[in-house]
Write a protein that binds this ligand. Structure first.
Ligand SMILES: Nc1ncnc2c1ncn2[C@@H]1O[C@H](COP(=O)(O)OP(=O)(O)O)[C@@H](O)[C@H]1O
Ligand SMILES: [Mg+2]
Length: 373
């Protein structure tokens, strides 16, 4: 097992494409780390540099404290699983699992022992004599994982290994991977563009954009304290509502965020932090889950909305509405499953003010304030 450290790593493809731009990150020994970001942001390139499949243009890569920039991929003791896991079609599952070990000169008894242990863990014992063509997508994916696991590497690098699976299987495999990490405790770096995978699987999420790291933190930390509108709008589904507004003070110690016709008082705890911004344009971030049907004492402020649409999801209802009245900014609110309303109706909701986020209107950077626990 080993920690992985990236020190000011960059990758330039050819002479022009800066795919990864000065990335520094410490992945702890045994940590489950997620790389999350939109397509093209440099996740795979970063992973491939860790695995040695791509040269490092600048910076240092350390694995287990040793510089690895020039070490052959085969000698890094790291297993990589890709989205397009290619199994050897002419070999049985057992053959696929044991092949890498055979190449490395392991004896038959040890190979058999490891194949048995891994196939037990992954529930693929009954499939050992089948060929890949006789397996479902999920079974094939499990075999691909198994093939990486039998090597007992220092770390696993997973590049969107679940994205080819259907929704149900993906959810099942998410759980499998979490359980697996509990069992083997090996460092895992998991690349995904799926924010649900990121929130549910990782101990920490590293969010990337345009080749750079935007924010690193535990899932809930990032969810509660996004550093900018990019992160705020990327995590969670539906994501945070981001609406243009203005911070206004009304004399003695009061401050409010004005969004269209709606006015949301700034809670006492945040007032000092925001006071200097009074009078400036801001982006107000309101999570859909922070709109409620009943007041929450001092914490909430009434917010009138006009219903645009109601989406029934089963476990919950997504309300699309105009905040403050007709023509106001459109927001989404998460309502309980029995919520009903007719388009055009005016409703009074209650917004939990302690959850409000403010961002600089020009840069999108979060205005700093006391962190929510
Ligand atoms: N082999 C390559 N040659 C040139 N450009 C590449 C190559 N691989 C990736 N890129 C570019 O590098 C950037 C990052 O790509 P990638 O790491 O694959 O992103 P992600 O995995 O986040 O989708 C993209 O702009 C992509 O087009
Ligand atoms: Mg990729």
């Amino acid at each position: 097992m080993a920690g992985i450290e990236l020190r000011n790593i960059s990758k330039v493809y050819g002479n022009a494409v800066l795919a990864v731009d000065d990335v520094s990150l410490e992945i702890k020994d045994g940590e489950f780390m997620i790389f999350l970001g939109p397509s093209g942001c440099g996740k795979s390139t970063t992973l491939r540099m860790i695995g040695g499949l791509e040269s490092i243009s600048k910076g240092d890569l350390l694995i287990g404290g040793k510089r690895m920039n020039d070490v052959d991929p085969a000698d890094r003791d790291i297993a990589i699983v890709f989205q397009n896991y290619a199994l050897y079609p002419h070999m049985t599952v057992a053959g696929n699992l044991g092949f890498g070990l055979k190449l490395r000169g392991f004896d038959r008894a040890e190979i058999d022992r490891r194949i048995r242990a891994i196939s037990d863990m992954l529930g693929i014992q009954p499939l050992l004599d089948r060929k890949p063509g006789q397996l479902s997508g999920g079974q094939r994916q499990r075999v691909a994982l198994g093939r990486a696991l039998v090597r007992e590497p220092k770390a696993f690098l997973l590049d969107e290994p679940l994205s080819n699976l259907d929704a149900k299987l993906r959810a099942a495999m998410r759980t499998e991977l979490i359980k697996l990490h509990h069992k083997v405790g090996t460092t895992i770096v998991h690349v995904t563009h799926d924010q649900i995978e990121a929130m549910t699987m990782g101990q920490r999420i590293c969010i990337m954009k345009d080749g750079r790291i935007v924010q690193v933190g535990a899932p809930l930390e990032v969810y509660r304290n996004p550093v900018n509108t990019f992160v705020a709008g990327f995590l969670a589904s539906p994501p945070m509502n981001l609406v243009a507004g203005r911070l206004e003070g009304e004399g003695q110690g009061t401050l409010k965020a004005v969004v269209g016709a709606a006015s949301l008082p700034i809670p006492d705890a945040f007032r000092a932090a925001y006071a200097a911004r009074s009078g400036s344009e801001v982006i107000v971030g309101l999570r859909p889950e922070d709109f409620h049907q009943s007041p929450m004492g001092d914490r909430s402020s009434p917010a009138s909305v006009v219903v645009v649409a109601v989406e029934l999801l089963g476990p919950e209802v997504i309300l699309v509405a105009e905040l403050g009245g007709t023509g106001g900014p459109e927001i989404m609110a998460r309502m309980p499953r029995d919520f009903m309303a007719r388009p055009g109706a005016m409703l009074q909701l209650h917004y939990d003010l302690t959850q409000m986020h403010l961002f600089d209107a020009a840069s999108g950077t979060a205005l700093s304030r006391p962190q929510l626990a």
